[in-house]
Design a protein around this ligand. Structure first.
Ligand SMILES: NC(=O)N[C@@H](CC(=O)O)C(=O)O
Ligand SMILES: [Zn+2]
Ligand SMILES: [Zn+2]
Length: 453
């Protein structure tokens, strides 16, 4: 690749703002719209992107990459490849690995693995408590001040149940503008066996109930702690109408709270548990339709800030069990955009500008990736001077999901066999194609016309 590799994407719908050209030079957005073609250096490679939507590179605030500890199910490299294929240019890797990411050294290790894979920016999430045990605070300050520059902290997989520990963590994080991403599950109201939304279906199927109030009470407690401490709380994977109501109320009070929803909670209801297929076992559980509708509306009206996948790979031997004994979690990185396209965009609830917000600029802002220098800055959008992180989507392409076609090491894909409109056709990270199905745009460098000659 030459130093001045340049690429002109012509005629793409620029993040819902209408068709225009996008000129990317040396990993940076050089010009947008009207005069992009006119200022393109000689030798610029052109890609006809008419009919495609150009989104800013997607950012996923919630993934499980399983390295270190369960490299049989995912590694930072395989998860990065799946992320790039899904249109992501940055991911935040949860701390519930083995060992847990609870020290600066371990955060740096995950950070380094991400640099080595070099397909997406991998930002380690730091644990709130040592070993996720919920007793003593992890090395929050050291992780924040390390080269890994951790800003998001979470005991995800577990809830920080102790209000006093949560309060202390929030007070401490204020010094470096950190945020706690909370897995909201009161461990007394919903213990580790709870695996089905508590209601008619759990009773009929004989599955241990996971009551919605177990989520709602923790969200309510945490927004009050955020108010008291003046710190930021982020609600991971909100699933209930009541949880949404609490977030809506808290925002109206001016409390610094943000919330995320997963593609699966936007699209799949409790009904899918009828066949006891463990691929649909996830924490928090799938909810009945009235909750799913409330989540969609809350994402549309901004009460829920972002979509995050909670990509949770699991080995066959941990999933292929009776429903109650199977592991919690499902894959999400490669299917998030198609699901959001189908469920939110084609239904008219979101437009592509909204998708750019909920899947790029807002998650980048919450994780403070918008403050990073150079090419590591995310969420800046398709504006002159921003790093050239671009996701090209074909909004009309109908693709049927095949779990065997995945770049993930795991196969717990709840969408297998389903068809969605809206496909990621290319991902550019700092101008380099990390994924592409376009002939004109080979992965790797972006060679100029001269390089090819
Ligand atoms: N979502 C899940 O069902 N599982 C996650 C943990 C979590 O996100 O709570 C996992 O690590 O497998
Ligand atoms: Zn969780
Ligand atoms: Zn998770």
């Amino acid at each position: 690749m030459t130093q001045n590799s340049s690429l002109l994407l012509t005629g793409a719908d620029l993040a819902g703002g209408g068709p225009g050209d996008l000129l990317l030079v040396d990993g940076t957005v050089r010009a947008v719209g009207g005069d992009a073609a006119a200022v393109a250096p000689s030798g610029t490679r052109r890609v006809d992107a008419a009919g495609l939507v150009a989104l800013p590179g997607l950012v996923d605030m919630h993934v499980h990459l399983r390295e270190p500890g369960r490299e049989d199910t995912e590694t930072v490299a395989s998860g990065s490849a799946a992320a790039a294929a899904g249109g992501f240019t940055a991911v935040l890797a949860m701390a519930n690995t083995n060992p847990v990411t609870d020290t600066a050294e371990r955060a740096l290790y995950v950070h380094e693995l991400g640099l080595r894979a070099d397909l997406v920016d991998v930002h380690p999430v730091g644990a709130v408590s040592k070993g996720l045990a919920g007793e003593e605070l992890a090395e929050l300050g050291l992780m924040a001040r390390s080269r890994a520059r951790v800003r998001v902290f979470s005991d995800d997989g577990r809830c920080v149940g102790d209000a006093r520990l949560m309060r202390r963590a929030l007070e401490y994080l204020r010094a470096f503008d950190g945020v706690i991403s909370q897995h909201s599950q009161d461990p007394r109201l919903a213990d580790g066996t709870a695996c089905c939304h508590e209601g008619e279906t759990s009773g009929r199927l004989g599955l241990p109930g996971w009551p919605q109030v177990a989520e709602e009470t923790i969200i309510a407690r945490d927004v009050m702690l955020a108010k008291h401490t003046g710190s930021r709380v982020h609600v991971a994977h909100v699933t209930t109408a009541g949880g949404v109501e609490v977030v809506r109320w808290a925002k109206a009070q001016g409390i610094d709270v943000t919330a995320e929803v997963t593609p699966h909670h936007l699209a799949i209801t409790t009904d899918r548990l009828e066949g006891y297929d463990p691929v649909f076992k996830v924490n928090p559980p799938l909810r009945p339709d009235e909750h799913v509708q409330a989540l969609r509306e809350a994402l549309a009206d901004g009460t829920i800030d972002i979509v995050a996948t909670d990509h949770a790979p699991h080995a066959r031997q941990d999933k292929d069990h009776a429903f109650v004994d199977a592991a919690f979690g499902m894959l999400g990185l490669e299917t998030a955009l198609p699901v959001v396209s189908e469920v939110m965009v084609r239904s008219g609830l979101l437009d592509w500008a909204d998708v750019a917000r909920v899947m790029s600029s807002a998650p980048a802002r919450i994780a403070r990736l918008d403050e990073l220098p150079g090419a590591r800055r995310q969420g800046a959008g398709l504006v002159e001077g921003a790093p050239a992180h671009v996701t090209l989507v074909d909004p009309e392409a109908a693709r049927t999901i095949d779990r065997e076609a995945s770049l993930s090491r795991s196969r717990n894909n709840p969408w297998h066999g389903q068809t969605f409109h809206g496909a990621v056709v290319a991902t550019l990270r700092a101008g380099r194609a990390t994924h592409s199905t376009l002939d004109e745009l080979p992965t790797g460098g972006v060679p100029s016309q001269e390089d090819r000659a």
